[in-house]
Each structure stands twice: as structure tokens, then as C-alpha cells.
Design a protein around this ligand. Structure first.
Ligand code: ATP
Ligand code: MG
Ligand code: MN
Length: 552
């Protein structure tokens, strides 16, 4: 979540300060595979092919090899990594594999190189996966998790349980993203990531229509359950709304070359690189990023001089808005506010991803502080963490009180109290935003917030004399009757939320947002007592949080 401080920036017309020319850019629970159910001895073995690092030709070859032995029903391709017994990849590094398969999942599967398919098909028997381990680091797990043709239960990995995902009847062809199953890593993940570059470019350039169109396209791909081939593209994918002619051409290009040339041009564009980099700074949105770039800045060091050590760059000092200097001293209820300067100063910390264990540590310490102020609060970690992401950019926690009747009163004002408490303890270091309580209102339009909310920067206490990394922490306080809508509204992803609101409004005549559900014609308010009930009221099939990953 970023906020743009455009109001504090004012620029006069200027040339590039460095005189350089710039090229512009155009724009289930992971349900355990049901190995025993219908096939004696665990056949066919389900295979997922990670497309990155395998050439399109090699992919076609592998697919046709698997097709070749179809009658033997030894191997079968599947499109969701979590449902596979064996994952085939050309990747050899943990860091790279993690972009496509959650590590937790990788450790519970056999991760082999493409040769395993060739040899197994040729020899008409399942080759020992350990001999084909793609990652040395996972050799033991790969050998251990190799599906035993005799179908023995002990062959499965033994790590902890995954979250519960009931098999669903969701259709990938449904119009709204909130009716589809969108896994964290999808069957066409690399393609989705390539298209997302096109979306990012539009977003940074302020092209709202283009951004939305590409975001929709990414969401459709994320829910598409089959590996896309040229024939599937034509006969199936092209018929899904959201995949127009222009995009079909780009997908066809990707299937042929393994990349989309426009995406490569974007990545190589100095303008895109600078805008992207600027936009990683907390407090700098696309508008500010463009203003800064258009005024001659292209690196974060330029921004350092502009926002900080002005004397070193007299050329831009003249344009400086005194408000920016002032903002350094701004505070929210006596606590330092997150300004662009703070975002710049802490960028090395804030750009680092947060592993799940640390998310849990942060949650535990926040809840301990809260308990000392108010007994009986309840909470859910939402955002990307709840959707199953291995690493998050921030931590989002929705908080309420267990007392359904009197809880609302107990929650009121608690957000500010908690943030002050955490600040006094040295845990919260900066505050970006603190908002107060407004009740849900059916007539209200536009973007209002009626929950108590604090967007903060947080740092765990020192461990072994070493200071910890600054992290972004968002706290959302909801009265008990708004708790489950807040949990739903803050779990994301963005397109899922967008379509949830659209579905409610256009198909059901309800207004949905994080603060509640209202039926429009009689303004009746609904108070769901679980997240399942949120879906029921809105007339939607249940979608597990791990299947709400509509973005890459
Ligand atoms: P990550 O934090 O790892 O980047 P995320 O999905 O958690 O991924 P966030 O920006 O933390 O991303 O947002 C979490 C969810 O909270 C979003 O999907 C969005 O629906 C919701 N959200 C974020 N900011 C607001 C806001 N100001 N008002 C209402 N909802 C918001
Ligand atoms: Mg988040
Ligand atoms: Mn957040």
C-alpha cells in the first residue's frame, strides 16, 4: 500500500539535469494429491512442469513424451504444483525455484530435471527421483518423496500440515475473479509474470484503463488450470472474457519465443527502471515517481540529494517545496510520521521480504501488547500471508473483540492506544497513517474507511545484541460485526477484492466493503459470523484464501 504525496511536490519546467536523452517506453490446503483414490498403486503419477528455464521446444517434447505413454497411464501432466507428485524443472537454485513453487511445497515433492521424464517413458518405469534431483539441496527430500509405484503411504514428505482447502466446483471461466480459483503459483506462472510487466508499465505511466485491462488478463491466466498451448489458446483461452485480440497475439508470441518483446523492451527502458525503482520507496507512488523523473532524477541517489542533502545539488534545490523539509518534523500524535525521507532512509530494510516465521513473531508480540491493554481481543493475519505467500512485503493484521455484544465499545480508540503502546515499547518506530472509526454507511460512495487503521513501521526487539530489520505493519481494528468483512476485505488479492465489490453491486444489489455488507434496496445491514457467511450472503461459492491469488 503506497500513498502519494503529490501535494507536497511542486516542479517548474526543467530539462534533464544530466542532459541525457532517455528512451521512453511504450506503452488446497494444498489438497494432498489423491494418489490412492481411483488408481491402484498410485498411477498415473501426476507431473507438473515448471516452464521457466525450459525452452518451449523442450516443453513440447516433454508434453508429447507424456502423451506417448498415455495408454499405460504411468504419467499424467497436471497444472497445479500442489497436486503434482513430481515437479520437473530446469532450475537448480533455491531462490529461483521459489519464484515458481513455494519452498514448503517443494520440500514435500520430488523435484527432478526433465531427463527423468525421458528416461521413465523410454524405460517404461518410474525412475528413482533421487538420481534426477534438480536441486542438490533437495536431493534427500526428492529421493524420499519419489512416488513409489507400489503405492506406499510412507513415501510422502513428513513436514507439517498444510492449510485446509476443500475441493471446489469453481470454474475458471467465471466472469468475476471472486468466482475462480487462483493459486499462488499457477499452471502458466511465467506467462502471468510476463504479462504483469505490461501491467506495471501502464500503472507507472498512469494509464488506468490499460492497467486494469492487463490486471484482468493476469487474473484470468492465474485461474486458468491448463498449461496453455497454441491450440488451447485459440480454442479455449481466447473465448474467456478479458483476453482480447491484442493480448492473444502477445500470448502467441510468448508460446513461440518464451517471452513477449514488449515486456523485454519495457524492462530495458531507463524510464521504466527509474520509475519502478522510485515506486519501491514507501511514500512514492506513480505520480510522484513521474514528477521526479521528469525533473531529471533517475536514481535513488538523486532522490537522496533532492530530499536530503540538497546542498549537493543546487540545480534541483530551487524547485524544492518547503513543505517537504517541514514534513521531516511532522508527527502523528507525537510519533514520527513516515515521510518520503523516512522511506528513502529505510529502503534497504523495507525492500526485504518477510518470511512467514517472522510474520508470526510480529503477530505474537503485537497481540501480547494488545492483551495488556484490552483482554479478549481476536485477530487474523490477513494479506499475502493468509493467501499462502512464503514471503510478504508487509504484515497485515485484522483485530476485533470476542464479545459480540459489547466488543464494539472495547475496540473503539484501541488502535491509537495500541500504536502508542508499541511506540513506547520501541517496537513501532514510525506511523504513516492513523484513522478513526466511522460506521458502515450504505449511501456512501467512493473510498471511505470506517475501520480504525494504523499503517506503521515496526521493528522486533534486538536479538543477540543485533538490531532487527524495519518492517511494514498494518493494523486494522473492526467492531465484531465488521470483523469478517474486514478479514475478507484485507485478504486480497486486489483483483479478487475489486470483483467481490463489483459482483455484490452488479449481480446481487449489495454493497460490500471491509466495513460491512448492506442490501441496497432496503439498506439492511448484515453481520456475518464467519468468513464462510460473507460468501453465503453474497451468494458466492467459498474460495479458500490460498486460491485468491489473482495477481502474480
Ligand atoms: P504484500 O503485502 O506481500 O505485498 P498483500 O496482498 O498483503 O501483499 P497489501 O498491500 O498488504 O498486499 O494489501 C493487503 C490487502 O489489503 C489488499 O489486497 C487490499 O485488498 C487490502 N488493502 C490494502 N490497503 C487498503 C486500504 N487502504 N483500504 C482497504 N483495503 C486495503
Ligand atoms: Mg500485505
Ligand atoms: Mn498491507
Amino acid at each position: 500500500m503506497k500513498r502519494t504525496r503529490t501535494s507536497t511536490l511542486s516542479f517548474s519546467e526543467s530539462e534533464d539535469s544530466d542532459g541525457s536523452t532517455r528512451s521512453s517506453f511504450k506503452r488446497h490446503k494444498y489438497s494432498e494429491p489423491d494418489t490412492e483414490s481411483d488408481d491402484i498403486g498410485g498411477f498415473p503419477i501426476k507431473v507438473f512442469v515448471v516452464q521457466a528455464k525450459v525452452s518451449p521446444e523442450e516443453i513440447s517434447e516433454l508434453i508429447s513424451m507424456v502423451e506417448k505413454q498415455k495408454n499405460m497411464r504411468m504419467l499424467e501432466l497436471c497444472s497445479i504444483p500442489a497436486e503434482a507428485d513430481v515437479i520437473v524443472t530446469g532450475i537448480q537454485m533455491k531462490k529461483r525455484l521459489e519464484r515458481h513453487i513455494p519452498w514448503q511445497l517443494a520440500r514435500r515433492r520430488a523435484i527432478v530435471n526433465p531427463q527423468w521424464i525421458r528416461d521413465s517413458v523410454e524405460k517404461e518405469q518410474i525412475m528413482p527421483c533421487g538420481d534426477y534431483a534438480a536441486l542438490q539441496e533437495l536431493h534427500a527430500e526428492t529421493a524420499h518423496n519419489c512416488p513409489n509405484p507400489k503405492g506406499c503411504d510412507e513415501c510422502r514428505g513428513t513436514s507439517g500440515p498444510d492449510a485446509e482447502v476443500a475441493p471446489s466446483s469453481l470454474s475458471h471461466k467465471a466472469r468475476y475473479a471472486c468466482q475462480r480459483a487462483s493459486p499462488l503459483v499457477c499452471a502458466n506462472q511465467s506467462l502471468a509474470e510476463e504479462i504483469d510487466i505490461l501491467r506495471r508499465a501502464r500503472e507507472l505511466e498512469g494509464d488506468a484503463v490499460g492497467t486494469l485491462a492487463y490486471e484482468r488478463a493476469v487474473a484470468v491466466i492465474k485461474a486458468y488450470p491448463h498449461v496453455i498451448s497454441p491450440s488451447r489458446l485459440e480454442s479455449d483461452l481466447a473465448r474467456i472474457s478479458g483476453i482480447g485480440t491484442k493480448l492473444q497475439v502477445k500470448i502467441a508470441e510468448y508460446l513461440k519465443k518464451g517471452q513477449i518483446s514488449e515486456a523485454r523492451e519495457i524492462l530495458a527502458s531507463p524510464r521504466f527502471r527509474s520509475l519502478s525503482e522510485f515506486n519501491t520507496i514507501y511514500g512514492i507512488g506513480p505520480v510522484t515517481a513521474r514528477q521526479l523523473y521528469d525533473n531529471g532524477m533517475s536514481t535513488l541517489e538523486h532522490l537522496d540529494s533532492y530530499y536530503g542533502i540538497r546542498a549537493h545539488n543546487p540545480a534541483i534545490e530551487e524547485q524544492a517545496d518547503p513543505n517537504i523539509i517541514e514534513s521531516r518534523w511532522l508527527s502523528i500524535k507525537g510519533m514520527p510520521e513516515v515521510t518520503i525521507q523516512v522511506g528513502l532512509a529505510l529502503r534497504r530494510d523495507l525492500s526485504q521480504k518477510i518470511p512467514r516465521e517472522e510474520v508470526c513473531d510480529m503477530h505474537a508480540i503485537v497481540m501480547k501488547g494488545l492483551e495488556s491493554l484490552q483482554h479478549g481481543c481476536v485477530s487474523t493475519i490477513v494479506g499475502g500471508y493468509r493467501r499462502g505467500k512464503e514471503e510478504s512485503n508487509d504484515v497485515d493484521i485484522v483485530i476485533s473483540h470476542q464479545d459480540w455484544r459489547g466488543g464494539g465499545e472495547k475496540i473503539k480508540g484501541l488502535c491509537t492506544k495500541l500504536v502508542k503502546h508499541l511506540y513506547d515499547e520501541g517496537l513501532v518506530t514510525h506511523v504513516m497513517h492513523l484513522s478513526s472509526f466511522r460506521p458502515h454507511n450504505a449511501l456512501r460512495t467512493g473510498h471511505w474507511d470506517s475501520l480504525e487503521k494504523a499503517l506503521t513501521i515496526f521493528r522486533l526487539p534486538e536479538a543477540d545484541g543485533k538490531s532487527r530489520i524495519h518492517r511494514r505493519l498494518d493494523l486494522i481494528f473492526a467492531s465484531p460485526e465488521a470483523y469478517w468483512t474486514a478479514v475478507t476485505g484485507w485478504t486480497g488479492s486486489r483483483m479478487f477484492e475489486r470483483d467481490l465489490r463489483l459482483w455484490a453491486k452488479d449481480e446481487k444489489g449489495y454493497k460490500f466493503d471491509s466495513t460491512g455488507i448492506t442490501r441496497r434496496h432496503d439498506s439492511r445491514l448484515f453481520y456475518p459470523k464467519s468468513e464462510q457467511e460473507v460468501f453465503e450472503i453474497l451468494g458466492l461459492e467459498w474460495v479458500d484464501p490460498t486460491l485468491r491469488n489473482t495477481g502474480v
